[in-house]
Design a protein around this ligand. Structure first.
Ligand code: FAD
Length: 488
């Protein structure tokens, strides 16, 4: 069966949801947009909630993940998220066609066709928002992750399965493999379910892609105080199972063997771009775009995790697997499409077939006005409206990542390069720890991290990272700490 749309978004995650919302705000006409995605029985949602509120037994929404189109999604405690507010019939009311449970297996960008097992879709404009998929242990040659009670957390089904296991194995033992922020959030949720948790990661400290060892020391200390065991600088090499194929042990490279009723693997993601191999230019493992998210093929855009775009702030190509960027890039591309909508049929009314018997050309007038007074004659031709098409500025993203677990919450803005300055109280035993770090490159603050900030303070560190003020004296910066950001 075949369908044809003016616009198709391939993907039904964070970017898809926000692109649809923005297009609708900008006047998208009914019937022009189709959204195709793999997950069944679900509408686009804010994926970050999977490892936060959805797994947290102490929040009102904790444990509520309803995989149904008439669902209410768990509340997302961080950021200014809106997808959760959309009623499930919003898409149908707006004339946006959803194709859940539809995996696209082939893309032919020359013919503008996407094919699933049973359906073929034709588009005029394609927005690729296929996001990332979990890096698996098999990618490192480790086998056995198909045993029962070994989980990856990437979608609502994964979250539901993990929640069921947490309830079933209450007071049991869990091993979390990975030291990133999602692994840390999952670990906190397991602990809150009274499960005895061990984290295992190969790096020297947690969240090593972003944290300095000083920042990490705080979180590792805090987690240890919550009774969480952390094993660093070793790898998982395999598992042992019982006769029911349930995981029982995790084997480490350093020879240790850990008992486990539940294992969660959280090693990060890799962009899903294989459908477009050889058809689109790539960069840094993603799809190369310009500042308007146009790819190397006309009428094809890419946003969210898959897009490698010119980051205006630093003048270089970057790719981010951050929900904040997924949302902002999606909203940006909607504005770009709207700005060139003079070329697109949502400005077209009626029927696009030639009418028989009408061989005389349409009246084709070039507007013209002139006047003269004294010895001043003037002429005007054309239209006195701003030219549509390039009214949207280049995407100007400030990198942003945040996370929360237990009663901790951190925000990071900018770039984590150069020397660092730590400030504040980073004692994991403090009753109200609050601390931060600045990154300084070429004499300027380029990045800022803050644990325990208020909304105003978080805004202040975002401003610092955006404006990149000069640092005269590094020692003074350490003494001033947060007040440096507040007065910028
Ligand atoms: P996704 O949201 O991943 O959506 C991709 C969509 O594409 C899916 O619907 C998928 O089914 C569909 N798709 C892919 N291939 C096909 C195909 N061939 N056919 C049909 N459909 C296809 N980021 C943060 O900034 N902060 C956080 O706190 C945070 N927490 C996270 C917690 C978890 C558990 C996870 C997994 C991620 C988290 N992230 C977080 C990352 C964030 O969720 C992603 O950056 C964001 O979801 C990217 O949005 P996207 O629309 O590009 O891709």
């Amino acid at each position: 069966m075949g369908y044809s749309f003016q616009y198709i978004i391939l993907g039904g995650g964070v970017a898809a949801g926000y692109a649809a919302m923005e297009l609708e705000k900008l006047g998208l006409r009914q019937g022009l947009l189709g959204i195709i995605y793999k997950e069944e029985n679900i509408i686009p949602y804010d994926r970050p909630c999977l490892s936060k509120d959805c797994l947290n037994p102490n929040l009102p929404a904790g444990g509520i993940v309803v995989p149904s189109t008439s669902r209410t999604y768990a509340h997302v405690s961080v950021g200014d998220w809106e997808l959760k507010n959309l009623p499930s019939n919003w898409y149908s009311k707006k004339g946006i066609m959803l194709y859940p449970g539809t995996e696209i297996l082939r893309a032919n960008l020359r013919r503008k066709l996407l094919s699933s097992e049973k359906l073929v879709f034709h588009y005029e404009t394609l927005i690729i928002a296929t996001g990332s998929t979990a890096i698996r242990l098999a990618d490192f040659g480790v086998e056995g992750d198909d045993a029962k009670n070994i989980f990856y957390l990437w979608n609502v089904d994964d979250a539901n399965n993990l929640l069921d296991a947490m309830k079933e194995k209450k007071n049991g033992k869990a091993v979390v493999i990975g030291g990133g922020y999602v692994a840390m959030e999952i670990t906190a949720s397991l602990r809150l379910h009274n499960i005895d948790v061990t984290m295992v990661y190969s790096e020297s400290w947690c969240m090593s892609q972003l944290f300095t060892c000083d920042i990490a020391a705080f979180y590792e200390g805090y987690y240890a105080n919550k009774g969480i065991n952390i094993i660093k600088e070793t790898d998982v090499i395999g598992f042992s199972t019982n006769s029911a194929r349930e995981v029982k042990e995790v084997k480490l490279k350093d020879g240790r063997v850990l008992e486990a009723d539940i294992v969660v693997v959280s090693l990060g993601g890799k962009p899903q771009i294989s459908l477009f191999k050889g058809q689109l230019e790539e960069e840094q493992g993603g799809i190369k775009t310009d500042s308007f998210f146009k790819t190397s093929v006309s009428d094809v855009y890419a946003v969210g995790d898959v897009a490698t775009f010119p980051l205006k702030l630093y003048g270089e190509f970057r790719r981010f697997e951050h929900a904040d960027h997924a949302r902002k890039s999606a909203e940006h591309v909607a504005k770009v499409l709207h700005s060139c909508s003079c070329d697109l049929p949502w400005q077209f009314y009626g029927d696009n077939v030639a009418k028989k018997g009408n061989l005389v050309d349409k009246y084709d007038y070039l507007p013209h006005l002139n006047s003269c007074s004294f010895d001043l004659p003037w002429q005007f031709y054309g239209d006195n409206v701003a030219k549509k098409g390039n009214l949207v500025d280049k995407y100007d993203y400030l990198p942003h990542l945040n996370s929360c677990s237990f009663d901790l919450s951190w925000q990071f803005y900018g770039d984590n390069v150069g020397e660092t300055v730590l400030f504040g109280d980073n004692n994991p035993g403090s009753s109200k720890p609050k601390f931060g770090t600045y990154w300084i490159k070429d004499g300027k603050v380029v990045g800022a991290f803050l644990e325990g900030g208020t909304p105003d303070e978080n805004e202040a560190i975002a401003k610092v990272a955006r404006l990149m003020p000069a640092v005269v004296d590094v020692n003074q910066l350490a003494t001033e700490g947060l007040s440096f950001a507040i007065k910028v």
